[in-house]
Design a protein around this ligand. Structure first.
Ligand code: BGC
Length: 393
C-alpha cells in the first residue's frame, strides 16, 4: 500500500453468481434453463469459484491488492423460504477470514442481480414485504460480518435491476431509446430495501460503512440536447445517487460513455457505428471513468466515492492495460480537481460468466473452462504495481 495514501482501496471485484457455479436455487438458474431463454450458455459450473476461492485470493493478494470485493449468494443462504443454511453462512465466513489472513480487506456485496427462486416466484422486489425478507437474510449473515467486515454494499447496480424489469415487461420497444428507463416501481423498491438493510446493518454493527454500487456511464449531452439531458440521466442513475447522500460511500461502476441527443423534444442515444467497441459491444472510451465520478460527485456532495467496478472485455491484454491506465489517469485528474475518491476496485479478477455467456472476458486472470486452471495475464501484475506505486494526487 502506498504510504502516502493509507486509506485508498486498491482492489478487485467479483460477483457470486458469475464465479461460484451451480447456484441452482437462484432465479437466474431457472432463467438460464428455460426453453425460450435469451441466455446463450448457462452459468453451469461458472469458474468454480465456490471451491477455488482460496487460490483466487492468493493470486489477488500476491499481486498487491488491499481490497477484495466478493458477493454473497442469497439463494445459497436461504434456498427455501425461511430455511437458512448454517453451512453456507460458514462458507462465506471463511471467505472473510481468508481475505484477512492474506492481508486484504473484504468488501461484501449482499445482492448482485440474483435472488432465490422462491422469492422471485412470489413477486420478487414488488412483494409488499420484500425489505423484511431481505433484512431477514442480512441478519442471518451475522457470523460473516462479525468475522471482520467493514465495507458492505447492499445492492449491486439497483438501476440495472430496475432496467431489467423494464426489459422483462416492456416489450420490443423497451430498448428503442438505448438503455431502457428503470421501472419506477422496482426503482422505488430498491431504495426501500437498501434503506432497510442499511439501517439494520448500522444499528447492529455501528462500525460498518454501508453503501451501494450504481451503474454510472459517462452520459454526455451533445450540443442542443441540454434541455432533455436531465430527463434522460436522472431516472437512470442520479435518482439512485441521491439516495447515497445518506450513506457512508457511493460505488461508481463505469465501462463506457453514452452520448445523448435530442429528437422531437425527447432524449435519444447517439449511436456511432464507426466508434471502436469492446467485446461487450460498448464504445472503447477509457476516460468515461473520470466523467462518471465528476457527475456523481456533484450529486452526492460530501459522500466519498469508491470505484466499485471498472474494466474492459477484451482478448487483448495489452489493450486492457492501456484502457485501465487511461481510466486511472482520468480518475486521477478528477481527484486533482477535488473529487473525493477513496478506492478503485477493478472488474474483474477473473474471466467469468457474463450474464448470458463467457465470451466477454473482463479478467486479469484467464480461466480454462475445462480444468478451471487459472492463468494470470500481464495486466494482473501491472495493476498490482499501480496499487503499490501510483502516488495519489
Ligand atoms: C455488473 C457485472 C458485469 C459487468 C460487466 C456490471 O454491470 O455489475 O456483473 O459483469 O457490469 O458487464
Amino acid at each position: 500500500m502506498n504510504a502516502e495514501a493509507p486509506d485508498f482501496r486498491w482492489g478487485v471485484a467479483m460477483g457470486a453468481h458469475q464465479s461460484e457455479g451451480n447456484n441452482i436455487a437462484s432465479d437466474w438458474w431457472s432463467i438460464e434453463h428455460a426453453p425460450d431463454t435469451f441466455v446463450r450458455e448457462p452459468s453451469g459450473d461458472a469458474i468454480d469459484g465456490y471451491h477455488r476461492w482460496a487460490q483466487d485470493m492468493d493470486l489477488a493478494a500476491a499481486a498487491g491488492f488491499t481490497d477484495y470485493r466478493f458477493g454473497i449468494e442469497w439463494s445459497r443462504i436461504e434456498p427455501a423460504d425461511g430455511a437458512m443454511s448454517r453451512a453456507e453462512v460458514d462458507h462465506y465466513r471463511r471467505l472473510v477470514q481468508g481475505c484477512r489472513e492474506r492481508g486484504m480487506r473484504p468488501f461484501l456485496t449482499l445482492h448482485h442481480f440474483t435472488v432465490p427462486k422462491w422469492f422471485a416466484d412470489s413477486g420478487g422486489w414488488l412483494r409488499a414485504d420484500a425489505a423484511q425478507r431481505f433484512v431477514r437474510y442480512v441478519e442471518a449473515l451475522a457470523p460473516v460480518i462479525e468475522e471482520g467486515v467493514e465495507y458492505v454494499g447492499t445492492i449491486n447496480e439497483p438501476n440495472m435491476v430496475a432496467m431489467f424489469a423494464t426489459l422483462a415487461t416492456g416489450g420490443p420497444d423497451a430498448l428503442q431509446a438505448g438503455l431502457p428507463e428503470p421501472d419506477p416501481r422496482v426503482a422505488a423498491a430498491m431504495v426501500t430495501v437498501h434503506r432497510a438493510a442499511r439501517d439494520v446493518l448500522k444499528t447492529r454493527w455501528p462500525h460498518l460503512k454501508v453503501g451501494w454500487g450504481i451503474s454510472v456511464q459517462d452520459f454526455q449531452p451533445v450540443a442542443g440536447s441540454e434541455d432533455v439531458f436531465a430527463s434522460y440521466v436522472h431516472p437512470r442513475d442520479e435518482y439512485f445517487a441521491e439516495v447515497s447522500r445518506e450513506d457512508d460511500w457511493v460505488g461508481v461502476q463505469t465501462y463506457t460513455r453514452v452520448r445523448i441527443a435530442q429528437r422531437d423534444g425527447r432524449p435519444v442515444e447517439v449511436l456511432d457505428d464507426t466508434a471502436p467497441t469492446t467485446l461487450s459491444g460498448w464504445e472503447y472510451y477509457p476516460s468515461a471513468l473520470g466523467g462518471a465520478v465528476r457527475r456523481i460527485a456533484a450529486v452526492v456532495g460530501e459522500v466519498p466515492i469508491i470505484v466499485t467496478e471498472n474494466g474492459i472485455a477484451t482478448v487483448d491484454d495489452a489493450q486492457r492495460i492501456a484502457f485501465t491506465r487511461e481510466a486511472l489517469d482520468s480518475l486521477w485528474s478528477a481527484m486533482k480537481d477535488g473529487v473525493d475518491v477513496r478506492g478503485y476496485l477493478h472488474w474483474s479478477l477473473l474471466d467469468n460468466w457474463e450474464w448470458g455467456d463467457f465470451a466477454p472476458t473482463f479478467g486479469l486472470i484467464a480461466v480454462d473452462r475445462s480444468t478451471f486452471a487459472r492463468t494470470p495475464k500481464p495486466s494482473l501484475a501491472w495493476l498490482g504495481q499501480q496499487a503499490n506505486q501510483r502516488p495519489r494526487p
